[in-house]
Write a protein that binds this ligand. Sequence first.
Ligand code: NAG
Ligand code: NAG
Ligand code: NAG
Ligand code: NAG
Length: 493
Amino acid sequence: MGRATGSTARYLGFLFPMAFLLYVNHAWLPVGATTQELLRGFTATPDPTASSFQPLLHNPNGTFSLGFLRNGSSQLALAIVHVPSSEPVWLANPTRWARWSKPTELFFNGSLVLSDPHTGVLWSTRTDGDRLLILDNGNLQIQKLDGSGSVLWQSFDSPSDTLLENQNFTVQMYLVSSNGLYSMRLGDDFIGLYAEFKAGLDQVYWRHRAMEERGHIVDGNGSIYARISPNGFLGMYQTETAPIDVQAFKTFQRPISGIRRVRLESDGNLRGYYWYDSKWVSDFEAIDEECELPNACGSYGLCLPGGGCRCLDNRREYSSGGCFPQESGDFCNVRGENDAINYWVLRRAGVELPFKELMGFEQMGSLEECESSCKSNCSCWGTVFHNVSGFCYAVDYPISTLVSFGDGSKIGYFKVRKIKEEKKRGVGVAGGVALLVGAVLIFVGVAGFGTYRMWRRKKTGHGIFMEEQGLSHDSYRELLRSSSFGAVELCKR
Ligand SMILES: *[C@@H]1O[C@H](CO)[C@@H](O)[C@H](O)[C@H]1NC(C)=O
Ligand SMILES: *[C@@H]1O[C@H](CO)[C@@H](O)[C@H](O)[C@H]1NC(C)=O
Ligand SMILES: *[C@@H]1O[C@H](CO)[C@@H](O)[C@H](O)[C@H]1NC(C)=O
Ligand SMILES: *[C@@H]1O[C@H](CO)[C@@H](O)[C@H](O)[C@H]1NC(C)=O
């Protein structure tokens, strides 16, 4: 089972925000135009006239449809969509999109295969089945037709960002947010949400341990699994007899006629929804404080509890997406240079890590000791020191959002990579040069105008009055001075 790890997947993920999926057109082909079962020999290619979704197969009651989902004008994913809402609930190839054009082909030869003659097989179930169908719960299955009806493959076993009601989520599975940044997996006794802030490093930012109120985890009874119950909760189980944990939704134990789903969203939250009155209503949120999201205000952002975003660096205006460019990697092995050349240090008091209780720390005697442990470690991006407890938290991934925390006893130390800054400085110098050139032009203009006026004064005799209104020689010298001063200011920034 492929999981979207590695930076390629991450950056590919960036390019395909879920947003486009919201624009999926409701006006599809009638469900009757497709079929409820596909057999060996089936092939399909993308239809250039299909605006957003091209259905190929649907379940008996028509709620779910498998087909080609468009991303922009040229990209294609094989998807299962909840028909009434047009919401995709499963993608075969979330990190490797195909092209919406003829050479892309879907066929079923025992395996369901998405291929393109240029890149070859993009995605395959690698099975030897006889038929393909979608069950009423939204599960796409490849079955054998030898009387046993055995299931060789099912989409429920390789979810993308969504879990549907009654879908078992096991320790072998992952949910990955559509932007590829966040994932959900199970541990021995917990559900964890992880952020891949740095390639190969998964930082846990939310963890829910089994309460073991009704059932207990028994060694040797197998791994745990999770499932959304029609009764309105996310349950953890070890056996079917009783859940070992129940995370109740707002509609806990309330009969709901529509289906339920949870999705790991692009902001890193896990949200639950139920289908009611022709829309999805949210009834569960793993993280309910915005500042506790893994990266609420972007890189080097500062989240104010209940009050939006700022920049860690007070001088910068906050804009969504963060205050400094999103970084990757660390400061190790940068062309053999001294680390200190590659970054400058940003300090800020009154900040807190958003999920510090899930991060490691060391007790240290002083702020200086805490900071220097990071300074001398090229894989460290920053620290937050609590001067009352002496706890020193090291951040070993590029700095994301911090949380504003009233008193000044928590002091942040953050490395900011220089390379990008130098480019900015280059722009600053260019701006300064432009200003100087502008000033010279004004000088030439004013001098020219002065000459013209002198010529006119000679002609008209109204010179003295006009001289007072216009720019004197001293004024444009002042203008020139203030312009070059501005350029110096820009250079310093
Ligand atoms: C189905 O097609 C794929 C891709 O061409 C191929 O690798 C696979 O062997 C085929 N499977 C069967 C059962 O023929
Ligand atoms: C989920 O797992 C349970 C226990 O193994 C099983 O009885 C049930 O059929 C599974 N459900 C699905 C949809 O696979
Ligand atoms: C450097 O920092 C990383 C991440 O914080 C840590 O795992 C590692 O042990 C540190 N190395 C040293 C030599 O302190
Ligand atoms: C912690 O830092 C704050 C702000 O700098 C300071 O006022 C306070 O005295 C410090 N406390 C200790 C125990 O050093």
